[in-house]
Write a protein that binds this ligand. Structure first.
Ligand code: SF4
Ligand code: SF4
Length: 229
């Protein structure tokens, strides 16, 4: 990602860059903070003295790995970097190319928690969003926002409630909300330490056991597959 670099020798203190930067990367005394810069290049465009230029900065790395389930495209964002949305877009682009090249039917994107730009970068242009909600206040709040975003982009959304039995009241609230909004709840997964045990055994839940949790996940996948077809 590009980052702005200022040449103080050329700067005439006109203040145009400070007025134009939407990311607070330039102080009122026109000091430029590269760590806050989002690389939009507006300051370089408005500077009448040609005192700002954009230089390349490495914000992270993207990887393609082979797994026993097929290729996995993933990335590592360097600490303090802001280009997470861009990195998600890069990962998605690589995944698309790879899926085309290898004739894969689906690309599964594991979206991040929360509601930030990485979430938007993860769901734009997809065929279906599966919103995994935990029955906590923050989980419900974030999920409602994601559903709104999906709606905004005209993307169908399904809901799955994870650890549904940790708070019955909140789970009821989610079910009521989905009913009112006409969103299908494709499954509920109970709190279970199988997931942790599976991780410790370096296996997926499905591989590790055919217990309740694995059954719930399989049932959810069937509904997701049906919705996709
Ligand atoms: S490139 Fe954009 S974000 Fe960075 S300092 Fe200039 S105006 Fe601000
Ligand atoms: S716009 Fe250019 S000349 Fe004006 S304060 Fe910023 S760097 Fe200096």
């Amino acid at each position: 990602m590009d980052v702005a670099q200022k040449d103080d020798e050329k700067c005439t203190d006109c203040g145009k860059c400070f007025e134009s930067c939407r990311y607070g990367a330039i102080d009122p005394d026109f000091t430029l903070h590269p760590d806050k810069c989002e690389g939009c290049a507006v300051c370089a465009m408005v500077c009448p003295s040609d005192a700002i230029r954009m230089i390349e900065r490495k914000a992270g790395e993207a990887y393609i790995s082979d797994t026993r389930f097929g290729p996995l495209v993933h990335a590592r964002l360097h600490a303090g970097e802001e280009a997470s949305g861009k990195l998600v877009a890069l990962v998605r682009q690589r995944a698309k190319e790879l899926a085309r090249e290898k004739g894969k039917e689906f690309i599964l994107i594991d979206g991040p928690p929360g509601t930030g730009c990485t979430v938007i970068a993860s769901i734009t242009g997809v065929d279906l969003v599966l919103v995994v909600i935990e029955p906590t206040l923050s989980g419900i709040h974030d999920s409602k926002r994601i559903i709104e975003v999906a709606r905004h982009f005209g993307i169908p959304a399904l809901v799955c409630i994870n650890k549904y039995d940790i708070n019955d009241e909140n789970t009821e609230h989610i079910l009521d909300f989905c009913e009112v909004e006409g969103i299908e709840v494709v499954g509920k997964i109970a709190y279970d330490d199988t997931a942790t045990k599976a991780m410790l055994a370096e296996k997926t839940v499905i591989e590790f056991s055919d217990g309740k949790m694995a059954q719930s996940i399989k049932a959810i996948w069937k509904k997701v597959e049906k919705a996709l077809s």
